[in-house]
Design a protein. Structure first.
Length: 448
């Protein structure tokens, strides 16, 4: 064993404990010897050990009782049980209680040495996996979403409820840039499914054949380039979560196949004949109005209601202004660490400009704007002149002022153009969304 460990040995046979202790110390390990079960528990509570070697029969307390209390105190502890009275029943009982392994006396030191190496290697790997899982939860869990507004508090409540109740089908809606992917990840990493994969696919970025292959997989020979069997995301994410992003862009053909899968959670790989059954949570996300698509016949009504078992709607940033300062501070702190900057704050005038801007691209646009500022500027305080031009020049004149009719009159075309300009600015140049903000969508034709 090349690594050295701290080992607690609870063994009343002095010859066995002395012999093992000597050999382990010769390997470079630190060994603590205890002859009684209760004494061993007290020593364990006061110190930290990589491994416990525990005799099954002790003078004051049964070894299985000691094992149970060790596990209760530290669930991740590695314990190897040692006994001269081994039976299948006692071995099974010890493993069920949480023992890492079991060895029967008398044993050769080489046998124990190999068992210790295997146990501690597995324990080290388990701790590393747990550490990485904790890091992922910290990075993608509910703490990664910033907001104090009532609408965001409602979203946080929904995330907790969904995670705790293992809801299988969720629909997240909201404008582009509102953080639908972050909410999907938070739902996954706050739930017991977090120990299994989170996989995502954009339903609008792939043709039908590739999208189906990506999700359902294919068998060898299913098509020209299918030289082997490939598992799809649904199979790879078994017991985990799959995010179907931009579900509103899915074709009619794919919608039909997805509905069938959602109903039964059984599918066949492309070109396959064998049914594959999985337990996977499906989160669908879209920035499109699915109800309107249903009315227009562009989205299946039955699929819409099947996806919308639990709906989560994300409010655009312009409708939760109280979150803007909080987000700005969060992003400044984030890019201070990532870019190794030392920005200590933002000037009140600059903050006012950012608060008054409607953020048509929502949190994504704000993230990009703050990142650009942090990269290009070297001052410790963000000032108005540091803010990107398209944000800095935004006019905050209230729309109702346009309707103030001066004594000299006002050209009607000028009023229309001003309303159209503001609608386009508010929606980031998206004419369809701008049209929805105006009484007459046909007014857009007035733009030259």
């Amino acid at each position: 064993m090349t690594n050295t460990y701290k080992i607690l040995m609870i063994e009343d046979d002095k010859l066995v404990s002395w012999s093992l202790s000597r050999d382990l110390k010769n390997e470079g390990h630190e060994v603590k010897l205890v002859g009684m079960g209760n004494d061993g528990l007290e020593v364990f509570k006061k110190d930290t050990f990589d491994l416990v070697l525990l005799d099954m029969r002790l003078p004051d307390i049964d070894g299985l009782q000691v094992l149970q209390k060790l596990i209760e105190f530290s669930p991740d502890v590695s314990v190897i049980m040692m006994t001269a009275f081994a039976t299948v029943q006692t071995a099974v009982q010890a493993l069920k209680l949480g023992a890492a392994d079991f060895i029967k006396k008398p044993f050769a030191y080489e046998e124990l040495k190999n068992l210790i190496r295997k146990t501690l290697s597995y324990s080290s790997l388990s701790r590393e996996v747990a550490r990485m899982r904790d890091e992922l939860k910290e990075k993608y869990g509910i703490g990664s979403i910033v907001g104090q507004s009532e609408s965001m508090q409602n979203v946080f409540t929904m995330i907790h409820k969904i995670a705790q109740n293992d809801a299988k089908t969720i629909l997240i809606t909201g404008e582009s840039g509102t953080g639908k992917d972050l909410v999907a990840k938070a739902i996954h990493f706050e739930s017991p499914r977090s120990q299994y994969p989170f996989l995502a696919v954009n339903c609008g970025s792939l043709p039908d054949t590739l999208l189906e292959s990506e999700l359902f997989g294919h068998d060898k020979g299913a098509f020209t380039d299918a030289k082997g069997t490939k598992k799809g995301l649904f199979e790879l994410a078994d017991k985990g979560t799959v995010l179907l992003d931009e579900i509103g862009d899915a074709s009619a053909s794919f919608q039909t196949k997805l509905l069938r899968f959602l109903e039964e959670k059984i599918f066949k790989r492309i070109g396959g004949t064998k049914d594959v059954k999985v337990d996977v949570r499906i989160i669908a996300a879209t920035n499109k109005p699915l109800e309107k698509l249903v009315d227009q016949g562009d989205f299946r009504e039955d699929l819409y209601y099947r996806l919308r078992v639990i709906p989560v709607n994300l409010v655009p940033l312009r409708e939760r202004p109280s979150d803007i300062p909080l987000l700005i501070n969060y992003l400044v702190d984030h890019y201070n660490k990532e870019l190794k900057k030392k920005v200590v704050g933002i000037a009140p005038e600059a903050l006012e400009i950012l608060k008054n801007y409607p953020w048509p691209g929502n949190v994504r646009e704000m993230r990009n704007a703050i990142e650009r500022i942090m990269i290009l500027e070297t001052t410790e305080v963000i000032k108005p002149e540091h803010i990107p031009m398209e944000i800095n020049r935004y006019e905050t004149e209230p729309v109702q002022d346009v309707f103030h009719l001066p004594a000299s009159g006002v050209p009607l075309m000028g009023v229309e153009k001003e309303l159209i300009r503001q609608a386009l600015l508010r929606t980031g140049g998206n004419q369809s969304q701008a049209a929805n903000l105006l009484i007459s969508p046909g007014m857009l034709s007035g733009i030259k």
